[in-house]
Design a protein. Structure first.
Length: 254
């Protein structure tokens, strides 16, 4: 059974069809890419998958459950996490505080525990330790107590990934994770995505314009143009597809 599948997923805004009959499938531990020109419908797909918007037609099946009409927080609880094209950190909080907020969704207190402060200090210690461990994996441990909006753009991208990882996902959706990064940071990101996929045994679906990153780490790629799938397959198959070359890559890339 696929971890994620969509059935004829479509989204219409007024008279504009942003996504048309998308059929997408990810297995456990897959690392797939979703690419296409600006305005192709990629972020709209992520918004439908993560419950930010409801599709006009079609279904989203995640881990065997129809999640099409679930709100975003319930989809996150089921194991799907995402980052955003526009960074959405709490800029006035520290890096550690940003990550701890995401961990807190796993901690529930009864009324009596809250009243008597039973186990809460212990839970807080565990959350802080887990958050620091995660920051260490992402190379951000030395930035833990820095205010988030004082970090470089590339570091803020990594904090967003850390915050998504803190929800303990089965599937991680990365929306242009390399945006604003220099070539060295992008190379480090490629290694990091592969590492967290292996170490945390999760699946990754990413949107990205950096073709070196996409072709370098994705095992399968879906290409959208004007909301429609024009190609899918291995990086080699996509790179050689005439429709993809014409619509997106350009002759000089092949």
């Amino acid at each position: 059974m696929a971890l994620l599948s969509t059935e004829s997923l479509s989204m219409t805004f007024g008279g504009l069809r942003a996504v048309s009959n998308l059929s997408l499938q990810l297995e456990m531990n897959d690392l797939q890419g979703l690419i296409g020109p600006n305005g192709a419908g990629k972020t709209t797909v992520f918004n439908m998958l993560s419950g930010m918007i409801k599709p006009t037609t079609g279904k989203v099946i995640f881990d065997g459950e129809d999640i099409t009409n679930l709100p975003a927080h319930q989809i996150t609880q089921r194991g799907m996490a995402r980052t955003f094209q526009n960074i959405r950190l709490f800029g006035s909080l520290t890096v550690l505080e940003n990550v701890k907020i995401a961990f807190h969704r796993h901690v529930t207190y009864s009324f009596m525990q809250a009243l008597l402060q039973l186990n809460i200090a212990h839970h807080e210690e565990n959350i802080t330790r887990s958050a620091m461990d995660l920051l260490d994996v992402l190379g951000l441990a030395d930035r833990a107590h820095h205010q988030a909006n004082n970090l470089s753009y590339g570091e803020q991208r990594l904090v967003e990934i850390a915050r998504a990882m803190a929800t303990q996902p089965k599937l991680l959706l990365l929306d242009e994770p390399a945006a604003g990064m220099n070539p060295h940071e992008t190379e480090q990101l490629m290694n990091l995505i592969g590492k967290i996929r292996r170490d945390f045994d999760l699946s990754v679906l990413l949107i990205e314009h950096d073709m070196n990153l996409v072709m370098g780490i994705c095992e399968r790629i879906t290409v959208l143009d004007y909301g429609m799938t024009i190609a899918e397959g291995s990086p080699e198959q996509v790179r050689a597809n005439p429709r993809v070359i014409e619509a997106y890559l350009g002759e000089e890339v092949v």
